[in-house]
Design a protein around this ligand. Structure first.
Ligand code: OFO
Length: 172
């Protein structure tokens, strides 16, 4: 059984994952109407789906542990961007915010001696490490590319391949 404070903190995280899903959906929709960004568009549509999955995982967990998962109201995310670099900067900042929220949750689960929740959260800890790594890596590449259109073309193609590779990688 989850305590009230753990339940509230997990529900806050549900909201954060829902916001992530919406934020990345908005990035995908923006990228889709820019010329030639098929890879970036796909990347953010998939990223948005993954965040929804993270939200669902939390909802199911809260309910399974005798709590009540709450589906949150969420605000409209940022829908236009100055540049592709701006999109990826936002992506990295967002992931850093999520990581720090997960860390706080882990801290709370230990403070409350809720070892089941602590165990459950380890999946999110690993996921955030991976997402931060990807977001940093993509930002570094974009910094290298600068204003070079040829470089951007290759970046978009690489990101398409990156997702295709992840799609065939064995599930954990
Ligand atoms: Fe939910 O995985 Fe990142 O944000």
């Amino acid at each position: 059984m989850v305590t009230k404070s753990i339940q509230d903190a997990l529900n806050k995280q549900v909201c954060m994952e829902a916001e992530s899903s919406q934020a990345y959906l908005a990035m995908a929709a923006w990228a889709e109407i820019q010329p030639g960004l098929e890879g970036i568009t796909n990347f953010f549509y998939q990223q948005s789906d993954e965040e929804r999955m993270h939200m669902l995982k939390l909802i199911r967990y809260i309910n399974e542990r005798g709590g009540q998962a709450l589906v949150p109201a969420i605000e409209q995310p940022m829908v236009s961007f100055k540049s592709i670099k701006h999109v990826f900067d936002e992506f990295l900042q967002h992931e850093l915010k999520v990581s720090s929220s997960i860390n706080e949750l882990v801290h709370l689960s230990l403070a409350e001696k809720d070892y089941a929740t602590h165990n459950f959260l380890q999946w999110y800890v690993n996921e955030q490490m991976e997402e931060e790594r990807v977001a940093r890596n993509l930002n570094d590449k974009l910094t290298l590319v600068g204003d070079d259109k040829g470089g951007l073309y290759l970046f978009d193609r690489d990101i398409l391949n990156l997702r295709a590779k992840q799609a065939v990688a064995p599930a954990e």
